[in-house]
Design a binder for this molecule. Structure first.
Ligand code: AMP
Length: 458
């Protein structure tokens, strides 16, 4: 029988409302489309990247945005919690299908103090830290933690903004003067009063992150641990997987799984970590922060994973089974900051994929990213060298591209697979499982060991 309704009758969600309309929203919409979903955006810039993919509502038009969508998510964690509260209450009243991730995840991610307290409650190691509300408390923290320390605003900072490294006692005054307005709520970064956080300065060896997706039935699937390099506090390069970190993968998946389960999280989350030495001199990870959304260090997954972080986020939000998060091939993602390169020169590099965000050029603005995934992993280093040579803004990579590590040992891959399988098999069977048509996802998990070993050998 034919019907005028182009959608399957069981499909109650047609449109996803996304808070924010930047490149993350754009890439979420790109992933939603083939699954049959449209997106609309709440965003004050009508020419935002996501506007190419769906209608953009100004924050003054919140009612229209709400009316246009069936379920809600976000691409920007500094979204006012009052807006999210409204979407949650509409979902509770039954008129909408939900707001994912939950409000509590946003509330915690917006506050470094709450975030670190949560990590410690869950037995996840962090740098030592103390709350600071006055110059006297700052002096006390410097003494307790020992210099150097990093003083940060607990709210409102991003890409390294709102931070001051105190190396010696004589820096304390300047640090306090620089950040004290945040405590009274006068600062440009923090419109409401919020304490500062003093953190012990960690001499980490590497910065890594792990991204995972959690479904509405509690299933968690983790991507590879990746290594991140920053330039002036902005992500410049991500290598996926991070080489030589298989012994840390289980710690990282345990940590993000604990956080997601604790928050009853739905969607994709990133956990940023420092690699350092523990008391016995072994490599260990310290949790720095969560991002309750898809993350820049997961952009490689568009081409480099079986299911991208964007697709898995959409799947979680609309209550579809999660896809396999395995890496299909080692990849490097490079952010294009400030100025566009010659696209034909980029695509002349074998295995290069280009993603423009359709933004105007501006100093240090993220305007595109490039993923390098040459067929032969030994070509990664030469491909990076070629790419760096043609990037107008080399984001500091000109000094280090030669260090791209291509040694993916079999032991690394095997250990990673074992750890990943044990995570994926720990599906929580909570009450919501009955509501979910998730048989494919669960069957996939239970047959995972053999199929993953096969994939890894290819
Ligand atoms: P965040 O805004 O916390 O992500 O910090 C931005 C960058 O500053 C991180 O990616 C690290 O490179 C560095 N950083 C942050 N906190 C610390 C710390 N406690 N010790 C050393 N470096 C840090």
């Amino acid at each position: 029988m034919t019907t005028a309704n182009a959608y399957p009758v069981t499909q109650t969600i047609r449109t996803i409302g996304i808070l924010g309309g930047g490149q993350l929203g754009m890439m979420l919409a790109e992933a939603a489309m083939p699954l049959g979903y449209q997106c609309v955006f709440l965003e004050d810039n009508p020419e935002c990247p996501a506007s190419l993919y769906g209608r953009v509502f100004h924050s003054d038009q919140l009612e229209g945005f709400i009316a246009a969508a069936d379920v809600f998510t976000l691409e920007f964690e500094n979204t006012p919690t009052s807006t999210v509260e409204q979407l949650v209450s509409l979902s509770k009243s039954g008129s909408k299908q939900g707001m994912f991730p939950p409000l509590i995840a946003l509330d915690i991610a917006q506050d470094r103090l709450k975030e670190k307290q949560m990590f410690n409650t869950l037995d996840i190691a962090t740098v030592p830290f103390m709350e600071v509300n006055s110059e006297a408390e700052l002096k006390h923290a410097c003494k307790e933690l020992g210099l150097p320390i990093v003083l940060k605003t607990s709210r409102g900072g991003y890409d390294g903004k709102g931070q001051f490294v105190i190396k010696q006692d004589s820096d304390i005054k300047a640090a306090w003067l620089d950040l004290k307005d945040a405590v009274s709520g006068k600062g440009s970064l923090t419109p409401t009063p919020a304490p500062l956080i003093a953190e012990g300065f960690i001499n980490f060896s590497r910065e890594v992150s792990i991204i995972a997706a959690r479904a509405q039935n509690g299933q968690v699937r983790c991507y590879d641990l990746v290594e991140n390099h920053h330039h002036n506090g902005i992500l410049a390069k991500t290598q996926a997987p991070a080489v030589g970190t298989s012994h840390l993968f289980q710690q990282a998946t345990d940590a993000i799984t604990k956080v997601m389960n604790h928050l009853d999280y739905v969607g994709v989350m990133a956990l940023e970590l420092f690699v350092t030495k523990d008391a016995r001199g072994h490599n260990a990870i310290l949790a720095n922060e969560i991002a309750p959304r898809v993350h820049n260090s997961g952009h490689w997954s568009i081409e480099g994973a079986i299911t991208s972080q964007f697709e898995n986020h959409i799947r979680a939000v609309v209550n579809l089974p999660l896809g396999d998060t395995d890496n299909v091939h080692p990849a490097i993602m490079v952010n294009v900051l400030g100025q566009y390169p010659d696209i034909s020169a980029v695509l002349n590099i074998d295995g290069a994929h280009y993603h423009s965000y359709h933004k105007a050029e501006r100093d240090d603005r993220k305007i595109a990213h490039i993923t390098l995934m040459p067929n032969d992993v030994t070509d990664l280093e030469p491909a990076m060298a070629k790419l760096v040579a043609i990037l107008p803004n080399k984001v500091g990579l000109d000094k280090e591209y030669a260090s791209v590590d291509t040694q993916h040992s079999k032991a690394d891959v095997d250990a990673k697979i074992n750890a990943k399988n044990s995570t994926q098999n720990s599906i929580q069977n909570d009450a919501k499982a009955d509501d979910l048509d998730n048989k494919d996802g669960q069957a996939d998990s239970s047959t995972a060991p053999s199929s993953k070993s096969e994939k890894a050998k290819k």
